[in-house]
Design a protein around this ligand. Structure first.
Ligand code: HEM
Length: 507
């Protein structure tokens, strides 16, 4: 009896201790949770519809009332207060955040690595490079790699190196005038195409023409190969990209789903062609790569992180990132120009005057055009940022962002904030002209800022300028149908599909 009571007392004490420990653990977790999401981190939630037009209306109202928080948790579902998603809506906070190393990574965790490798196996992806590359090819020896391209992965030495290689390739090709040749060739194709299909009284939606022009530049840069706009293979790439962007819906503020990108990546038609290009390996001059793919392949000889999947995903990422963004930017521009014929006229006069100075049109001789182009990008910012994952706890001004959070910036909110721009909803073509000179305003940040900003910014700006001036010089743009209304799509800020523009050839 004594023994029994001793044991049971002991057991009771163990049970009590256990309960106390569990209670203390739960209490500490709850306290930590409450502190983390409320007292230590009082970041408000804010309505943030996924649909672009609805979202814009909410942002616009809050900005006009001066009520939009500089940083908020998007109210996506009940309990959003406890999510690790944050949206930055203020330029200074964005700048402070995006220059920090701890805010410069994309999603990258063991789980994602496993998800990628499982998916590649499921899709039998490996057989594509294996069937095309020599079996002793270094790229095969490197294996698939862990990173889904330049737009993915941590901000580490490998990512920084890939950015440097990108900029080196641009510099090398610019030095040889190759980029300007490719852009010029694409501009000429735009003229031929608009003349053929865009001059009818019914007008056209010119998105696909601009998409093809942009894809052509990307392809020239990545592989040294340009296409005819009507080339069926080329058409197919454009269609794949359009369906990619349609499929990306709802992802913007949710976890990036790796299932979408690789499905596209595994389309063997595109990748077979990519790998075929690597079979010209013997022609590659290590000292003198002719395009971005060659630059990567040369590096892959001694950099095992360039796996064949990482190479493919990097090339895919630039095709994706370069196409719709630029084509939609161009479409907004021609729409706004159609409604402002006097701006077209002034641009045309500036082009003629600039050609007097230099037959090759130079940006520095076109301050008004630069202002118009920047203003159109500000008025209709096509994209917000990709997710930035915090790899450490981060203190931003007076708010604390825990490690593992996802930060986005609403470039739209920043560019439509009356604190940054007077009458932000209005198209003011000479907004960036002071004393006859073009004065850049960094708050027009369509390419984002910081360590993970758009890698294609310079290339995109060159294309934007060349395509815009070529069109204005060759055509008068009229609006036949549609208007500047924003489509209620989930991803990019798109014009509605009913727009019809007529491009009348100038004599
Ligand atoms: C008007 C055209 C374009 C716009 C508005 C645009 C905008 C953006 C934005 C907002 C980001 C996200 C930055 C962030 O998360 O902070 C981005 C990333 C990126 N863009 Fe662009 N972009 C354009 C054209 C291009 C072009 C032409 C290319 C390549 C040829 C390109 C390649 C990329 C890549 C690779 C990234 C990911 C960078 C990284 O994660 O390090 N973009 N772009």
């Amino acid at each position: 009896m004594k023994l029994f009571s001793y044991i049971s007392e002991r057991e009771r004490s163990i049970i009590t201790d256990l309960y106390t420990a569990i209670g203390a653990f739960v209490l500490s977790k709850v306290t930590h949770f409450i502190l983390k999401y409320t007292i230590l981190n009082p970041i408000p939630t804010w309505e943030y519809p996924m649909k672009r037009n609805d979202q814009f209306k909410v942002l616009q109202k809050a900005l006009n009332d001066g009520k939009l928080p500089k940083i908020f948790r998007p109210k996506l579902a009940p309990g959003s207060t406890f999510s690790d998603l944050f949206v930055i809506a203020d330029y200074d906070v964005m700048k402070e955040a995006f220059f920090k190393r701890a805010v410069a990574s994309r999603q990258h965790s063991e789980n994602i690595k496993i998800a990628i490798s499982t998916m590649l196996a499921r899709m039998d992806y490996h057989k594509i490079p294996r069937s095309i590359l020599d079996k002793d090819d270094q790229l095969l020896k490197n294996g698939p790699g862990e990173i889904a391209g330049t737009a993915d992965g941590p901000y580490d030495d490998f990512h920084k190196k890939s950015r440097v290689q990108w900029h080196d390739t641009i510099k090398r090709l610019v030095g040889k005038n190759r980029i300007s040749e490719i852009i010029k060739e694409s501009s000429e194709k735009i003229v031929a195409c608009l003349e053929r299909v865009g001059s009818s009284a019914a007008g056209i939606d010119p998105r696909r023409v601009f998409m093809n022009a942009s894809l052509n530049v990307t392809s020239g840069f990545a592989f040294n190969k340009t296409y005819d706009f009507e080339d069926p293979q080329f058409e197919e790439i454009a269609e794949i990209i359009e369906s990619y962007f349609a499929g990306i819906t709802s992802m913007a503020l949710l976890q990036m789903s790796w299932n979408i990108l690789p499905r596209w990546i595994c389309r063997s038609d595109f990748y077979n062609r990519l790998w075929e290009k690597t079979s010209y390996r013997k022609d590659i001059d290590a000292q003198n790569p002719r395009n971005y793919l060659e630059t990567i392949l040369i590096d892959a000889e001694q950099e095992p992180r360039w796996g064949y999947f990482t190479v493919a995903a990097t090339i895919a990422a630039i095709f994706l990132a370069a196409s719709d963004t630029l084509s939609v930017t161009m479409t907004w521009l021609v729409l706004v120009l159609a409604d402002n014929p006097e701006v077209q006229k002034k641009m045309l006069e500036e082009i003629s005057a600039a050609r007097e100075i230099d037959a090759d049109l130079k940006k520095e001789n076109c301050p008004f055009i630069r202002s118009v182009l920047l203003e159109s990008q500000r008025l209709n910012p096509v994209a917000d940022t990709l997710p930035h994952i915090t790899t450490d706890d981060v203190q931003l001004k007076d708010c604390f962002i825990p490690k593992g959070s996802q930060l986005f910036a609403s470039l739209t909110a920043i560019m439509h904030d009356p604190k940054n721009f007077v009458e932000p909803g209005k198209f003011i073509p000479d907004r960036f002209i002071k004393n006859g000179e073009f004065v850049n305003n960094p708050k027009v940040c369509a390419f984002s800022v910081g360590l993970r900003d758009c890698i294609g910014k310079t290339l995109a700006q060159d294309e934007y300028f060349a395509f815009a001036t070529t069109i204005v010089e060759n055509f008068k743009i009229n609006r036949i149908a549609g208007n500047m209304e924003v489509d209620n799509a989930d991803n990019l800020r798109l014009p509605k599909e009913n727009i019809r523009l007529q491009f009348v050839r100038r004599q």
